[in-house]
Write a protein that binds this ligand. Structure first.
Ligand code: MRU
Length: 361
């Protein structure tokens, strides 16, 4: 009998292969055409996988980096702490340089570094084992974080609502549930039957290739629209709320997310539709004062003019501007949904409260 075909959600987005000491990811550049699983052991391959968006989405990048630095630490051949720490820092800086906007990358790497510093009196194999445990913990934690964001998010909507999302803040961007998609998946379990609109998300089409793919595979009612259609579906009254993910939230609530998010926010404001940012606390960076201070990644021109079509899409040599993210001003945001509750304006105060709750937990 032919083996039942696995759904994309049966695969791990990002995991540690304990036996082969490898980072295992689904190559997201190949989706939805084919499901290719990559098993990566070398630092350079892990860096490339993050840079090339084979693994992508802020939380997934953080988990990949945590596993990546653990794998690098295993390879450091010394019994001396100072030498070990020097090599560890080199590997950390290298992985951190793969992408600049999603703060989860440095958040996870800093958390791993703290483990090294807290255990400096231990032997190197013991430190490496602690790093192993921490990487596994960061991955496991992400499941709870996303599920809890989903539970809070679900309190903001009603059965049958039309929900719009941009880019992929889904299971493919996390370990499970996603952030912006978590209320959708949890709502489905309760029979809410949402109507979901997924912006295609130019230039790399994470909305069309990934979000609509994973939602459709899960049996949710999803409709792909081009990025320039979101205002039109809002005007028709088809959208009750917007849920998006984020790559970095500044202390004042300004939020960096995939390019095009701020356009969606402006349209939602015009039509009186609440726009919610789904943000694990690992994506909130209180040391960044406002959106002005967020480093926005710029990516190669080919992504805009060549990548997804067989024929060139623009004249050879034309100038291209390709920022991967934009900043949504905090006054366009109705709420920031975290695993410790929903922050509302003024965000400078409410985000601090969220971190207070986290410390007390
Ligand atoms: O360039 P990408 O695909 O990594 O961008 C991803 C996004 O912008 C997501 O919305 C964000 O990382 C949140 S993922 C839960």
């Amino acid at each position: 009998m032919e083996e039942k075909k696995k759904s994309i959600l049966d695969y791990d987005t990002v995991a540690l292969d304990e036996e082969n000491h490898a980072l295992v990811i689904i190559d997201q550049t190949q989706l939805p055409y084919q499901t290719e699983i990559l098993s990566l052991t070398k630092q350079e391959d892990i860096w490339n996988a993050i840079y090339l968006l084979q693994v992508r989405g802020a939380p997934a990048i953080g988990v990949a980096a945590a596993i990546g630095i653990y794998l690098s630490a295993r390879e450091i051949k010394t019994a001396d702490f100072t030498d070990f720490y020097q090599e560890f820092q080199k590997a950390k800086d290298y992985l951190d340089s793969a992408r600049p906007t999603a703060v989860n990358l440095s958040w996870a790497l800093n958390r791993m570094e703290e483990v090294v510093l807290k255990n400096k009196e231990k032997t190197i194999p013991e430190i490496v084992e602690r790093l192993h445990q921490e990487a596994v913990e960061i991955r496991e934690e992400d499941i709870w974080v996303c599920k809890t964001i989903g539970e809070y998010g679900l309190t903001l909507v009603n059965p049958g609502d039309g929900l719009l999302t941009h880019c992929n803040a889904g299971q493919l961007a996390t370990v499970k549930y996603g952030t912006a998609t978590a209320p959708m998946y949890l709502g489905q379990e309760k029979g809410y039957h949402f109507r979901i609109f997924s912006d295609e998300t130019r230039p790399l089409l994470q909305g069309a290739r990934l979000t609509s793919f994973e939602l459709k595979e899960s049996g949710l009612d999803v409709t792909v629209i081009c990025d320039n259609m979101s205002a039109s579906v809002m005007r028709k009254g088809w959208v009750n709320a917007v849920f998006v993910g984020c790559d970095r939230v500044a202390a004042n609530g300004d939020t960096a997310n995939k390019i095009g998010t701020s356009m969606v926010a402006l349209a939602a404001k015009r039509y009186g539709i609440p726009m919610y940012i789904c943000a694990p606390t690992s994506t909130i960076d209180l040391s960044t004062i406002s959106g002005e201070d967020i480093h926005i990644e710029e990516r190669p021109a080919e992504e805009v003019v060549e990548m997804w079509y067989e024929k060139p899409m623009a004249p050879d040599g034309v100038k291209v501007f390709n920022p991967a993210f934009d900043v949504t001003d905090h006054d366009l945001i109705a709420g920031i949904v975290t695993e410790y509750g929903i922050a509302r304006a003024p965000y400078t105060e409410s985000l601090k409260e969220i971190f207070k709750k986290k410390e007390e937990a």
